[in-house]
Design a protein around this ligand. Structure first.
Ligand SMILES: Cc1ncc(COP(=O)(O)O)c(C=O)c1O
Length: 484
C-alpha cells in the first residue's frame, strides 16, 4: 500500500484567518490584496441585537445590518426555533408542478396581504438577483403572450443595483459589473437615476427636475421605439448607487410615461421592502403601482436566503393565459419555496409586526435623519446628508461652495468608515459616492442613534483633521460606551 502521506503544512494552517486568505473567494474583493495580506482580515464571529463582534472580541454596532438585510437584528431565538422545528418536520420539498408546503403557502398569502396593490402571486427564489432574473423573463413572456415579441428592451437606471447575475448585472447601472464581463446584454438600456443634489440645475425645483428626468425617459423610449420597450426596472430609493430617495413628483411623472407606452414597471424593493423606509414598502411611500416587484433581504432578515417576485393581477392573468396556450410555465429553481427559508421568513415577519418595526423605522428613522443633519449638515467636509427612514448617506466634499469633490484616491469615505469601525460602528463606504451609508437594524433605539451619530461625527472630524491644514474643532462629545 502506498499509504496516504500527511502533507507538511505550516503550523498556522488551521487558523481561519489563514484559511480565509488561501481558500475563500470573496465577492467584491481585491483578490490579490486579500491573498497577499494587504487587506485586513474581518472575520465576524457573533451577533446579538444591533451588535456584531469580530474574532478578536471587538464589538461594534452594525450600522448597515449586514448588507441592509438584518432588519430584526441578530440572534433571534424565535427564528432559530422556527427553523429547527421546520427542519425536523419537512426539511425540503420542491414546488414544481403544483407541489407545495405549508410555510411557503402561508408566507405567499402574507406577502400578498402586506404588499396589497393588487399583487397576489408570489414566485420564490433565494436572492435579489434571481428575483430580477425571474422578473425579466416574466416581462418577456408577458409581451409574447400578448402578441408583441419585439417588445423586449429593458430600461434601468445608472447607479442602480439589481444584482450580479447575467441579466440582473446587466440591469445594474454600475460599470464595474459590466466591463470585464462583456455586459450589459443587448436590449438593456440605462437612463439617469434621480440625484437632485448632484444633477439638479441652478434654480431648478425638485419637481421640475423630476419632470426633466421623465421627459428624458420619454425621449429614450421614443428613440428606441415604444413597440420595442418592455419594462422599466427601478429601486424606490437607489441603494448601493448612493442612497438616493426619490425626488418630489418623480414617480407620478415616470409612471405616466410608462403607462403611455405600455411599458411594465418592475420595482426592486430588495432593500426598501419590509420597513426600511418607514413604510412597509417603498411603493407605499411613493404611491407606486408596480407590475412586478422584487423582494429579498428583509423578507427573512438574512437568517436564511429567500427572495420573491410578486406579480400583479394584471400580469398574472396573462401568465395564466400563456399556460393555457403553451403548457406549464417553464422556469424555476430547485429551492423555490424552500420550506425552511419560508419558516424563517414567517418568524421574521411575526417579529416585524409584533414589535412594530415599520413604525419604529419611521419614528427612529426621522430622529436619525434629524440628528445626522444637525450634527453634520454644516460640517465643511460634508456636502449632503440625505435619506429616508433608516436609510441615510453622508457625502463628503473638499469644498462646499463652489462644490468640489475630493480626488477619489484620497478615499475619504473609506477612511471615515475605518475610523468609525475602530470606534465601534460599522458604516458602509458606498461604492458610487465618496461618502458613507447607514442602514441599521429596524430595532434601533434613539439612544443607539445618539451613539451612531456621535461616532460618525467624531470619525468625520478625525479624517478632516488628517487632511486639513487647520483642523476644525470637534463638537461637544456626548458620553459613549466605546464598546458599542
Ligand atoms: C436593490 C437591490 N436589488 C437586488 C440586489 C441583489 O440581491 P442579492 O445580493 O441577494 O442577489 C440587491 C443587493 O444588494 C439590491 O440592493
Amino acid at each position: 500500500m502506498t499509504g496516504a502521506r500527511t502533507p507538511v503544512l505550516p503550523r498556522d494552517v488551521n487558523d481561519p484567518a489563514v484559511l480565509d486568505r488561501r481558500h475563500m473567494f470573496h465577492p467584491g474583493t481585491h483578490l490579490a490584496d486579500f491573498s497577499g495580506g494587504d487587506l485586513p482580515s474581518q472575520i465576524i464571529a457573533g451577533g446579538k441585537g444591533i451588535h456584531v463582534t469580530d474574532r478578536d472580541g471587538h464589538r461594534m454596532i452594525d450600522g448597515f445590518a449586514g448588507l441592509w438585510c438584518v432588519n430584526v437584528g441578530y440572534g433571534r431565538t424565535e427564528i432559530a426555533d422556527a427553523v429547527h422545528a421546520q427542519m425536523e418536520k419537512l426539511s425540503y420539498f420542491h414546488a414544481y408542478n403544483g407541489h407545495s408546503n405549508e410555510p411557503a403557502i402561508e408566507l405567499a398569502a402574507r406577502i400578498a396581504g402586506m404588499v396589497g396593490l393588487d399583487m397576489n402571486h408570489v414566485f420564490y427564489g433565494l436572492s435579489g438577483s434571481d428575483a430580477n432574473e425571474t422578473n425579466a423573463k416574466i416581462v418577456w413572456y408577458y409581451h409574447r403572450i400578448l402578441g408583441r415579441p419585439e417588445k423586449r428592451k429593458l430600461i434601468a437606471r445608472d447607479r442602480s443595483y439589481h444584482g450580479s447575475g447575467v441579466m440582473s448585472g446587466s440591469l445594474t447601472g454600475q460599470p464595474g459589473f459590466h466591463g470585464l464581463y462583456g455586459l450589459p446584454l443587448p436590449d438593456v438600456i440605462h437612463v439617469a437615476a434621480p440625484h437632485y443634489w448632484l444633477d439638479g440645475r441652478e434654480g431648478e425645483s425638485e419637481r421640475a427636475y423630476s419632470r426633466r428626468l421623465a421627459q428624458e425617459l420619454e425621449a429614450t423610449i421614443q428613440a428606441e421605439g415604444p413597440e420595442t420597450v418592455a419594462a422599466f426596472f427601478a429601486e424606490p430609493v437607489v441603494g448601493s448607487g448612493g442612497i438616493l430617495p426619490s425626488p418630489e413628483g418623480y414617480w407620478e411623472e415616470v409612471q405616466a410615461v410608462l403607462r403611455r407606452h405600455d411599458v411594465l414597471l418592475v420595482v426592486d424593493e430588495v432593500v426598501t421592502g419590509f420597513g426600511r423606509t418607514g413604510e412597509a414598502f417603498g411603493s407605499h411611500l411613493y404611491g407606486i403601482q408596480p407590475d412586478l416587484m422584487a423582494l429579498a433581504k428583509g423578507l427573512s432578515s438574512g437568517y436564511l436566503p429567500l427572495s420573491a417576485s410578486v406579480v400583479s393581477d394584471r400580469v398574472w392573468d396573462v401568465l395564466e393565459e400563456g399556460t393555457r396556450r403553451h403548457g406549464p410555465f417553464i422556469h424555476g429553481w430547485t429551492y423555490s419555496a424552500h420550506p425552511v427559508c419560508a419558516a424563517a421568513a414567517l418568524a421574521n415577519l411575526d417579529i416585524i409586526e409584533r414589535e412594530g418595526l415599520v413604525a419604529n423605522a419611521r419614528d427612529t428613522g426621522a430622529y436619525l435623519q434629524r440628528c445626522l443633519r444637525e450634527a453634520l449638515g454644516d460640517h465643511p467636509m460634508v456636502g449632503e446628508v440625505r435619506g429616508v427612514g433608516l436609510l441615510a448617506a453622508v457625502d463628503f466634499v473638499e469644498a462646499r461652495e463652489p462644490r468640489r469633490f475630493f480626488d477619489p484616491a484620497r478615499r475619504i469615505g473609506a477612511r471615515v468608515t475605518e475610523v468609525a469601525r475602530q470606534n465601534g460602528l460599522i458604516v458602509r463606504s458606498m461604492p458610487k459616492i465618496d461618502g458613507i451609508g447607514l442602514a441599521p437594524p429596524l430595532t434601533l433605539s434613539r439612544q443607539d442613534v445618539d451613539q451612531i451619530v456621535d461616532i460618525v461625527l467624531e470619525a468625520t472630524h478625525a479624517v478632516a483633521a488628517q487632511i486639513a491644514p487647520v483642523p476644525p474643532s470637534p463638537g461637544p462629545a456626548k458620553p459613549r460606551d466605546r464598546e458599542g
